[in-house]
Design a binder for this molecule. Structure first.
Ligand code: CU
Length: 338
């Protein structure tokens, strides 16, 4: 029987590995649905990494299994292995390939970051002012009106961390601006243009939404898996997350930074409405919510908006109790008082 040349086997294995890798890259099913304009960008990058990872896995594991079987010790073979020390062309080859892959992934991920607006946090203030100014610019949107003019939340220079304007809205003001406060263990959403404070984030799909994030105690992280967006909320530093939702629906908001004993319960929802539904929600809640609270210190803020936030008062009391008990100083105080 004629021998099949090794090069044919290598070529066949290469074609099979390539086909499997591309299939896995497109069908891994690891992500939930895509619900923001940024989601497909992130997923394209991830799919490519998944394709490369699958190919590497198959080549490395395949080679291991092949070598284990092909070069196993046969019966009666008591000799030593062949001494191998170095193969320069081979080493250059397996250094160059990963280097090229890593450089490509680096350039591509920077491109994705740029298209998501990662290089433009704080963009709207600098561009709308025409030149860079260090002063706070706060539009005086009258409270209790349905003005569509967004209030500028922070001055140029106040925000330089986060995801800012994507290139298609560069220099424009966002359609909807929301102040987000993370605290142990809740998210509070404040709409300065409308005087609304809520425990769930309501946004219109297809509109340019800007979140200005802050934290009142420790670092939290605002994460919506379906949007493929995650941004730290940091005490004393305002961060930005600017995006467009593309699909109406209700999605989880998860705290993605271990922030204390009840971190796992620090969840709420983002409701992406059609623009009509969103306007309806705005007009309903402007009446219900009343004048905006400027007190952003927990737990008074939480207490002031218990109805709006939908947080169970018993749970809140329980959490605060256990927090107090967990602090040795507080306990000491109680003892000395008795
Ligand atoms: Cu948290």
């Amino acid at each position: 029987m004629e021998q099949i040349p090794a090069s044919i086997w290598t070529l066949t294995a290469g074609v099979v590995v390539t086909l499997i890798s591309f299939w896995v890259g497109q069908n891994h099913g690891l992500f939930p649905e895509q619900a923001s304009e940024q989601a497909p960008l992130v997923d394209n990058l991830f799919d490519i990494m998944m394709t490369i990872a699958t190919a590497l896995f198959l080549v490395v594991q395949g080679a291991i299994i092949y070598f284990v079987v092909r070069y196993r010790r046969r019966k009666g073979d008591e000799g030593d292995g062949i001494p191998v020390d170095g193969n320069l062309p081979l080493e250059a080859f397996w250094t160059a390939i990963p280097a090229a892959i890593v450089i490509f992934l680096g350039i591509y991920s920077v491109d994705i970051f740029l298209r998501m607006g990662g290089l433009n946090p704080g963009d709207h203030t600098s561009h709308t002012m025409g030149h860079k100014q260090g002063v706070a610019v706060v539009a005086q949107a009258p409270q209790g009106t349905t003005s569509d003019v967004p209030m500028l939340l922070a001055a140029k220079g106040d925000i330089d961390v986060g995801i800012g304007a994507s290139p298609d809205v560069l220099g424009q003001q966002p359609d909807v601006a929301v102040k987000v406060t993370g605290m142990q263990y809740a998210w509070i959403f404040n709409y300065p243009n409308y005087g609304i404070t809520a425990g769930e984030l309501h946004i219109p799909v297809g509109k340019d939404v800007q979140l200005d994030l802050n934290a009142s105690d420790v670092i939290h992280s605002f994460w919506v898996p379906q949007f493929r967006l995650k941004q730290d909320a940091i005490p004393g530093i305002t961060t930005e997350l600017r995006f467009k939702a593309t699909k109406p629906g209700t999605y989880p908001v998860v705290c993605a930074e271990l922030c204390g004993g009840y971190h796992g319960a620090m969840r709420t929802r983002v409701i992406a409405h059609t623009p009509e539904e969103f306007d309806e929600w705005l007009s309903q809640n402007q009446v219900a919510s009343g004048p905006e609270s400027t007190d952003f210190t927990p737990p008074s803020l939480v207490a002031a908006h218990l109805d709006a936030t939908g947080i169970n008062p018993q749970l809140l009391a329980q959490v605060q109790n256990e927090q107090a008990e967990a602090m040795p100083n507080d306990r000491h105080h109680h003892h000395s008082m008795h």
